[in-house]
Design a protein around this ligand. Structure first.
Ligand code: BG6
Length: 825
């Protein structure tokens, strides 16, 4: 129904008159909030009258937790900004501050906050005062606790809308409350505060969204019982930081220049950093539960990472495609291992926890307040590019940035003092989304002048003026094309506007949330008992927290200054042991500390390979799975540049009946720790065919026979040049377990077997095939192998009981490689 301005005004006054004349109506207004309500309704109607164009509807914003810290610091200001941006356009508004605080106290609190609101610099003071007055009149506090309160709230909103002759467009419920309060509030909103048909509901949720994958899933399921996915807006306030919100638009507007640069071929590394000087004092009850990884990396830094790494949709204004592409980036994150992170804790932290939570003097917290994590993406664009995520409290400065550092492949003939910023390709080339604080003191986008002149929307970003003497990332500011926002905006204001405009891509969907927790939870579990490095805090940290990476591992650059407590008598030192050469089961035994042992084995394998290639032109190497060979694979990948990989054929000794891409697959281990780092021709790699016709190790698929035929066809006499075996604590080797009905003797070269542990089904080379090898090396590591090592040293040839005892190459050589723990205990 379209009403003219005049009609609307008349109607409102008529409603008011009728209402006022009704018996009991005024009694209604004895409630302290009601006069305020009436004023709000009048203002809405009057405002409606003043607006020059037709309103599309009325929006009610309900701020839950309106007297809390977040509300005081950011949310009220964000709502005011929304009003400044949208008032006089298509919608009318009312703002309901709600909390458990008593009405009187709540009203006083809200009144004070409203008084402190400010306008952006470009709004004239008179105009600001006028708008602020309007906003104050449209805002009211109400005590909201019981389900009746919610029913009443809904009725009041309906009455307001009706009285104003307006149409309800939607309701925004902003949950600025602790997570334990979510369920009750959600239930109440769902049962009694949903707007009528045709109007939308948006609920805004603040982190934490769970503590790990399971709890996040539970919380998501619970909320999913009350709200539809499109109704939920999970806030990650970093997505509202101007520099972060600019990442996708920047990539979009500079597609042409970035197309050739934004990939592993050009990017050397990406740094995503949030350093803080504050510590966790006053918040330890929260912090102790979460720590820096859950507090910052799992959400803020991961969100930023996906914006940098995701494939760019054709149309970035489509929330749906942005979200889909982002989800794919989440899914491409390579799983983290314990070694992917370094942890620290500022020294005063444990004491703060003891004080704030009345813990005993002996209490020492393991919660990290600092973390550096090395992340890799498994996709063609980013494969091999290190993404460094780092955050910490009590550091030397407060700053946040995303820095994309490009490889430098130039050599400059001109001497360096003559290099010109936009011409020399030898200067560092980088793009930085400067989130804020630090030397610059404001958000910014920086692009090295020797890259390209970027395009940014001139209405919202302007070039930064000269700042002589200021250096960023080791370069003067003048080396960069540098832009800052025309108008600096707080993240919450940006996000509140996006909620209003229904921009779901600036929020965390359930799928994204779970994908992120799925990525972080295994690392968090593996680090649960890790002792963080203590740091003094501030500038005194010196270089203590610097870290470096090699492959997928990260470690502190400086050794931990350890205090060693000397024991009685001289302690054995690694150098006191020689590589021990002896006999074990009548064959040569090499024993050493693990590192030396692995180095020796790797050297021996390389020497064997070089000899084989010289004599026969190829080297056939069969490798076992399990964890013992992992350091060997790493050693071969990183230290053996003379290895004749181009002439090496790689075979599997055994395999688990899982798809080859499964992390449990032996082939996957080999791929992760060796194959991806070396250059073996693809056709020389021979994974076991455990996954044929979409089935795993089905007899009828004849996978074992196929592998045997491949071996017979390619390996002269089916005699491998080297077979690397391990020994299980039960005496198994390859996937030949005690009492195995097949593979211990007979004609078959490759067999299907059963393991006593998961995954039960296996494929394995048989003992007769293993024993045809020219050389067999058995690698045994760790104290857990001590008992079986002792036992097997005494038993004869009894492969049924201890398959390892059946390893006896008919004409080849057998060598045992045992570390001291396995051999000496
Ligand atoms: C919050 C964390 O999400 O982000 C805090 O819980 C952290 O621990 C804060 O201090 C940092 O945000 P900002 O906007 O100050 O960089």
């Amino acid at each position: 129904m379209k009403l003219t301005l005049n009609e609307r005004y008349k109607r409102f006054m008529a409603v008011l008159a009728v209402g006022l004349s009704r018996p009991g109506f005024l009694a209604h207004f004895r409630h302290p909030g009601c006069w305020k309500m009436l004023t709000v309704a009048m203002c809405m109607a009057l405002l409606g009258c003043l607006q020059a164009q037709e309103l599309r509807g009325h929006v009610s914003v309900i701020l839950l937790g309106a007297t809390g810290d977040l509300a005081r610091k950011y949310l009220w200001q964000g709502l005011f900004q929304l009003y400044l941006d949208e008032a006089g356009k298509d919608y009318s508004f009312s703002f309901h501050g709600a909390a458990l605080t008593s009405t009187k106290q709540g009203q006083a609190f809200v009144a004070k906050v409203l008084e402190s609101l400010s306008c952006p610099e470009d709004v004239a003071p008179d105009r600001c005062a006028e708008l602020k007055g309007q906003f104050q009149r449209l805002s009211a506090y109400r005590h909201l606790a019981t389900s009746e309160d919610y029913v009443a709230l809904s009725k009041d909103i309906e009455a307001q809308v009706q009285h104003g002759g307006l149409r309800e467009a939607g309701r925004i419920f902003y949950f600025s409350v602790p997570p334990f309060a979510y369920a009750d509030i959600a239930r109440n909103i769902n049962s009694s505060c949903r707007p009528g048909p045709g109007a939308w509901l948006r609920v805004v949720l603040e982190k934490p969204f769970g503590h790990d994958h399971l709890s996040a899933q539970q919380l998501a399921t619970e909320l999913g019982g009350f709200f539809r996915e499109e109704e939920m807006y999970r806030v990650d306030h970093y997505l509202g930081k101007q520099a972060v919100a600019q990442i996708l638009p920047f990539r979009d507007q500079n597609r042409k220049a970035l197309d050739g640069l934004w990939s592993r071929h050009h990017v050397e590394r990406v740094e995503i950093i949030m350093k803080e000087t504050v510590d966790a004092e006053g918040r330890t009850s929260f912090y102790e539960e979460y720590g820096v990884i859950r507090d910052v990396l799992q959400n803020h830094l991961t969100e930023v990472l996906t914006l940098v790494a995701m494939e760019l949709p054709h149309n970035i204004s489509s929330s749906e495609s942005v979200l889909q592409h982002k989800l794919r980036a989440f899914r491409a994150l390579r799983g983290l291992q314990k070694g992917s992170a370094v942890l620290g804790q500022y020294q005063a932290y444990s004491e703060q926890v003891r004080r704030e939570q009345q813990r005993p003097d002996s209490f020492r917290s393991l919660t990290p307040t600092f973390a550096g994590v090395l992340v890799h993406m498994d996709n063609l664009r980013w494969e091999g590019v290190p993404f460094i995520l780092m955050s910490g409290k009590a550091l030397d400065e407060r700053v946040g940035y995303v820095r994309i550092l490009f490889r430098n492949q130039a050599y400059c003939v001109l001497s360096d003092e003559r290099w010109v910023a936009d011409q020399s390709q030898c200067l560092p080339r980088q793009i930085v989304f400067y989130i804020g604080h630090g030397e610059l003191g404001s958000p910014a986008v920086l692009v090295s002048r020797n890259l390209f002149r970027p395009s940014l929307p001139s209405e919202s970003w302007k070039e930064l003026g000269a700042r002589p003497g200021l250096r960023l990332f080791g370069r003067p500011l003048s080396d960069f094309y540098a832009y800052r926002p025309v108008r600096e905006q707080d993240a919450y204001s940006v996000l509140i506007s996006r909620i209003f405009h229904g921009r779901k891509d600036s929020f965390v969907t359930t799928e994204h949330l779970l994908a992120s927790w799925g990525f972080w939870t295994p690392l968090l579990d593996s680090l649960a008992h890790e002792v963080p490095r203590l740091y003094p805090g501030g500038a005194e940290n010196g270089h203590l927290l610097d870290f470096e990476f090699g492959g997928a591992q990260l470690c502190f650059s400086q050794q931990q200054p350890e205090q060693l407590v000397p024991g009685p008598g001289p302690a054995p030192m690694p150098s006191g042991f020689q590589v021990l050469k002896a006999k074990y089961r009548e064959s040569p035994l090499i024993s050493a500390w693990p590192e030396e042992l692995i180095a020796k084995l790797a050297d021996d394998i390389e020497a064997t390979a070089v000899r084989a290639v010289r004599r026969f032109g190829t080297f056939h190497l069969a490798l076992s799975g399990g964890s013992s060979p992992v350091p060997l694979f790493q050693q071969l990948a990183t230290r053996h540049y003379g290895f004749p990989w181009a002439h090496t054929h790689l075979w599997l000794v055994d395999e688990r009946c899982v798809p080859l891409w499964d992390p449990e697959s032996n082939f996957q281990h080999l791929q992760t720790h060796l194959l991806q780092h070396i250059r073996v021709p693809y056709y020389n790699i021979h994974p076991m065919p455990v996954h044929l016709h979409q089935r795993l190790c089905a007899e009828e698929d004849q996978g074992a026979q196929t592998y045997a035929s491949e071996i017979s066809a390619l390996v002269a006499n089916s005699s491998f040049d080297l077979v690397l075996l391990g020994m299980g604590a039960d005496g198994h080797t390859a996937s030949l377990f005690p009492q195995s009905p097949s593979g211990l003797d007979g004609e078959q070269l490759v067999v299907l077997t059963e393991s006593p542990s998961r995954p039960f089904q296996r494929m394995s080379l048989s003992l007769p095939l293993i024993n045809r090898a020219r050389k067999v090396a058995v690698l045994v590591m760790g104290r857990v192998k001590r008992e079986i090592t002792m036992l097997v040293s005494r038993v004869g040839h009894e492969p049924k009981k201890w398959p390892i005892s059946g390893v006896l190459p008919s004409s080849g050589q057998l060598v045992w490689y045992m570390d001291y723990e396995a051999f000496l205990g």
